[in-house]
Ligand binder design. Structure first.
Ligand code: ADP
Length: 398
């Protein structure tokens, strides 16, 4: 028996999980979150059922950096789990570039290679890597494994991997990568466990959270994704724009005089549901609002999901199942209903009562396409990769 720690380091937050590993599936013991790193940081630790174990405001020093925040989180973990011995730390890393197609043990060379990928994901990758460095400092003897959001999509066919730019850009890594791969990996595994026949078929998964994307898979392998080079593309999200005519960016630069960092701010932080509604990036608040712009933002969100559904069905030559997951996909019966409205031509028919009850299967008995709601668990995918590394030798563990 040993323990693995999972780490997901964002720009101002650090999520972590403690798992016990043995012969079978990793067992979650606790999870935690340090929020508002660099500001008035707060640390919350909870057990596997979500019950609070501790919740406290960190001092300015404790919350100043990712390393300090990790130390504070580990101190609270040690107080509740004094016998935990962490052998492997598993990290969520947003970008694995063209080369990393599986979880990979972090060596100095791997860390260098991941640093060279930072320009591909400047808002996320540097924070992920500071999480790795903080964990290396905190656990000098533990092994570290990087798990990539891009890896699940790395075997896309060429036509789903490329933009019609001059070839030199493809060779430099300007490709359609796709993201949320840890979530899709988890859903593919769950489908194989609970509906193995369906899992072998053509499945479209809608990961609808603050970040949102869709993935078309056949036999559990990604064929196409709504996200491309960056996590900006595809569906509109909480604050991200989603698919945008590149001519709009030229206009913003040339006519409005916006700089690259101003455009980045606009497209990542002020667009999507927030920008369109002017009310909130949070679907619960939009659903509760009677502002007509909130209604229009939800209309646009569900319309773009339906369009993507048709596009991915074309990429897969049809569809056998549709799976909703993540915060909105798992909890909003209204979004699911609106996405599925008018999709009878694809063979989708949902049962309103099952949908309202958030049942695992929300399609009718007659529906040709099975429509499901499955909770995702990205931390568990990281914990499994870390547990495999704990159990075997070095190198790629996937
Ligand atoms: P993240 O991408 O940050 O992990 P989540 O997967 O937690 O995001 O999803 C957050 C989104 O889920 C928010 O827009 C939130 O409003 C939405 N959400 C959570 N619960 C509900 C609910 N009961 N009804 C509608 N939307 C919900």
């Amino acid at each position: 028996m040993s323990h693995v720690l999972t780490l997901n380091a964002g720009s101002s937050s650090l999520k972590f999980g403690l798992f016990l590993t043995g012969a079978n599936e990793p067992e979650e013991l606790a999870g935690g979150l340090v929020d508002r790193i660099g500001g008035a940081a707060v640390l919350n630790l909870h057990d596997a059922t979500g019950q609070d174990l501790s919740r406290r405001q960190l001092t300015a020093d404790e919350g100043a950096t990712h390393a300090a925040a990790l130390a504070a989180g580990l101190a609270d973990l040690a107080a509740h789990f004094p016998d935990a011995r962490v052998d492997v730390v598993g990290h969520r890393v947003v970008h694995g570039g063209p080369a990393f197609a599986a979880p990979t043990e972090v060596t100095p060379d791997v860390l260098d290679a991941l640093e060279r990928l930072s320009p591909f994901a400047p808002l996320h990758q540097p924070h992920n890597l500071s999480g790795i460095r903080a964990a290396q400092a905190a656990f000098a003897k533990a092994r570290q494994v990087a798990c990539f959001d891009t890896a699940f999509h790395r075997n896309h066919p060429f036509v789903n991997d490329v933009f019609a730019l001059p070839r030199a850009y493809y060779d430099k890594g300007v490709r359609r990568y796709g993201f949320h791969g840890l979530s899709y990996d988890y859903i593919a595994g769950e489908l194989a466990r609970i509906a193995p026949q369906i899992a072998k078929g053509r499945v479209i998964v809608a990961h609808l959270g603050n970040g949102a994307s869709m993935c078309g898979m056949i036999d559990g392998r990604s064929i196409a994704s709504s996200m491309g080079f960056s996590a900006l593309d595809g569906l509109p999200m909480g604050t991200r724009v989603g698919q945008l005519d590149p001519g709009v960016m030229l206009y913003l630069m040339e006519q409005e005089g916006l700089s690259a960092s101003e455009i980045s701010d606009l497209l990542y932080k002020h667009s999507g549901l927030l920008g369109l509604s002017g009310v909130s990036n949070d679907m619960r608040r939009l659903e509760a609002s009677d502002d007509p712009h909130a209604r229009e933002a939800i209309d646009y969100f569900t319309f773009r999901i339906r369009r993507e559904l048709g596009g991915l069905a074309a990429a897969l030559d049809g569809i056998d199942a549709l799976v909703f997951t993540a915060g909105i996909g798992e909890n909003s019966a209204r979004v699911r209903e609106e996405v599925c409205r008018g999709t009878g031509w694809l063979g989708i028919e949902i049962d309103p009562a099952r949908n309202a009850a958030h049942a695992q299967v929300i399609s009718t008995e007659q529906s040709r396409v099975r429509v499901m709601v499955l909770p995702t668990d990205e931390e568990r995918v990281i914990a499994r990769a870390a547990a495999r590394l704990a159990a075997c030798g070095a190198g790629q563990t996937g």
